[in-house]
Design a binder for this molecule. Structure first.
Ligand code: ADP
Ligand code: MG
Length: 234
């Protein structure tokens, strides 16, 4: 599902990732660890081309990404890529003026993939999947942080992604809300979604990740097969 070859990325004259090679099979969940500033966010952002990179190639969910794919010529491809490679951030970035249901239904509707009633009923199903069946009419400010993050996960799922990238999805949350978000992520992993999750919550990720990577000063190292032999085959 993901194959990265020779990926190199700088910020200014600082190399952040150098000649990174990694692979992820369909259905695998990788827990990504590493100190602050190591390049974890940069790695995830390269995978859906929120960050263009200088060298290497990324194959992900059927797309091939190379340096220089900016500008109008690639706009449509990158839009399709970002639907297939969903991303959930530390800060949930919900639209504050839209209800939870409309946050989830918006993208499938505006891209014309689903008509309004279908987008709404699918959004309702997704809210149920993240444990928020009864909160569709609530606005973000009426929801707890944990609930907002679960809406953000449902919103990414509404695009029918093949890969989900989580960047510290619980680190902006109070401790008592982390478990409810991690439970949703665990359910996704167990449903066979291919996922990378940057998280310091090893207590949780050990329960469902297949492998662990350490990002540190330009390198991505495989550090642990968490459940040896249990990773799905490509
Ligand atoms: N937009 C940017 N401009 C310049 N430097 C950046 C930018 N984003 C990240 N960096 C630098 O790249 C390095 C890796 O950052 P990041 O990927 O955010 O690390 P992590 O997510 O592991 O904390 C850091 O040294 C950071 O300062
Ligand atoms: Mg980061």
């Amino acid at each position: 599902m993901i194959s990265v070859r020779g990926l190199s990325k700088r910020h200014g004259d600082r190399p952040v990732l150098v000649d990174v090679d990694v692979d992820v099979a369909r259905g695998e969940t990788i827990a990504v660890a590493g100190p602050s500033g190591a390049g974890k966010t940069t790695l995830l952002r390269c995978l859906n081309y929120l960050e263009p990179f200088e060298a290497g190639q990324v194959e992900i969910a059927g797309f091939t990404l190379r340096p220089g794919m900016t500008g109008a010529a690639h706009k449509d491809l990158l839009r399709r890529l970002r639907a297939k490679v969903g991303m959930v951030f530390q800060h949930f970035n919900l639209f504050p003026h839209l209800s939870a249901l409309d946050n989830v239904a918006l993208a499938p509707r505006v891209t014309g993939r689903l008509d309004r009633p279908l987008a709404a009923s699918r959004a309702q199903d997704l809210l149920a999947r993240v444990g928020l069946a009864d909160r569709g009419r609530a606005y973000p400010h009426e929801l707890s942080g944990g609930q907002q993050q679960r809406v953000a996960i449902a919103r990414a799922l509404a695009q029918d992604p093949e890969v989900m990238l989580f960047d510290e999805p619980t680190s902006a949350l109070d401790p008592e809300m982390r478990a409810e978000v991690m439970e949703v992520i665990r359910g996704l992993a167990q449903s066979g979604m291919t996922m990378l999750i940057v998280s310091h919550e090893e207590r949780y990720t050990t329960a469902f990740a297949h492998r662990r990577w350490l990002v540190d000063r330009t390198r991505v190292e495989e550090v642990e097969a968490i459940r040896a032999g249990s990773a799905p085959t490509p």
